[in-house]
Structure formats: structure tokens, C-alpha cells
Design a protein. Structure first.
Length: 143
């Protein structure tokens, strides 16, 4: 059970020490454009900000009127029983494992490391791709 985590840890360490830098958030943080606060005062944006403030105040007022009880109904209001929730929660690990396994499998086969913008250089594409596919298959068999 621990083997895929150990393999992926070593793969990540190799990626961080031997491969080119990933520019995942480069476009957001390093464009060099200063913040333009005058855009906040445009009518369209002020309308949106005002709508969010009004909805928040209405929700807070409704919560206060209801004596601080939940505004949204819980699962019991929809007929969820303890045994039904137990069955649902029994499936949650399998659902999460498949959601992890599918991207690992796809990116491992495409030669990318965990995300579409981390292309692996040279022969590391095959070694780390194989490790990702192995981890994906292990995740799917656990599920």
C-alpha cells in the first residue's frame, strides 16, 4: 500500500532536482502589469460587488431570524438514514481512487508529470511515466 507513495515521492524528488522548471502560475504572478484600481469603479463591477454584499446581508439576516439554525437542509431532510450514509461513505474511497487513477494513467501514457504542462524531457518520460501508470493501476485495484 505504501509502495506507490514512495515511488511517487522519489519521482517527484527526481523531477524537482533534474528537470526544467514548471511555469504553472507564471501567467498570473509575473506578467509585470500593475494593479489598476480604477477598474473596480466601473459600473458593471460595482453592480456585481453590490449584489454579492446584498445577498450576503440577506443570508445573514435570514440566519439570524431562524435563530442561527441551518439555512440549507441537511441530509436527514432528504431521507438519508445512517445506514444509507454508511453505504455512501463506503464508496467514497473507491470514487476518490478512480479520480486519482485516471489522470495518473493518462498523463503517464502521454509523458507528462502529474499535469498537462509538465512534459518530461528525454528518457525520464518513459521511466516516470511507467511509475505513474503503475501507481494509477495500483490505485484502481485498491478501489
Amino acid at each position: 500500500m505504501r509502495r506507490p507513495a514512495i515511488i511517487l515521492t522519489f519521482a517527484l524528488a527526481f523531477q524537482l532536482t533534474h528537470c526544467a522548471t514548471a511555469v504553472a502560475h507564471e501567467k498570473w504572478f509575473h506578467q509585470g502589469q500593475p494593479t489598476n484600481w480604477s477598474e473596480v469603479l466601473e459600473a458593471r463591477r460595482l453592480t456585481a460587488i453590490g449584489a454579492v454584499v446584498v445577498v450576503t446581508l440577506i443570508a445573514a439576516f435570514a440566519w439570524r431570524i431562524r435563530r442561527k439554525r441551518d439555512l440549507l437542509p441537511g441530509p436527514e431532510a432528504f431521507g438519508a438514514t445512517p445506514s444509507g450514509r454508511r453505504q455512501f461513505y463506503a464508496w467514497v474511497p473507491a470514487i476518490l481512487a478512480l479520480h486519482v487513477a485516471v489522470p495518473l494513467l493518462v498523463y503517464g501514457l502521454e509523458g507528462k508529470f502529474f499535469s498537462p504542462n509538465n512534459a518530461l524531457p528525454g528518457s525520464t518520460m518513459y521511466a516516470l511515466g511507467l511509475l505513474q501508470v503503475t501507481a494509477a493501476l495500483r490505485c484502481s485495484t485498491v478501489a
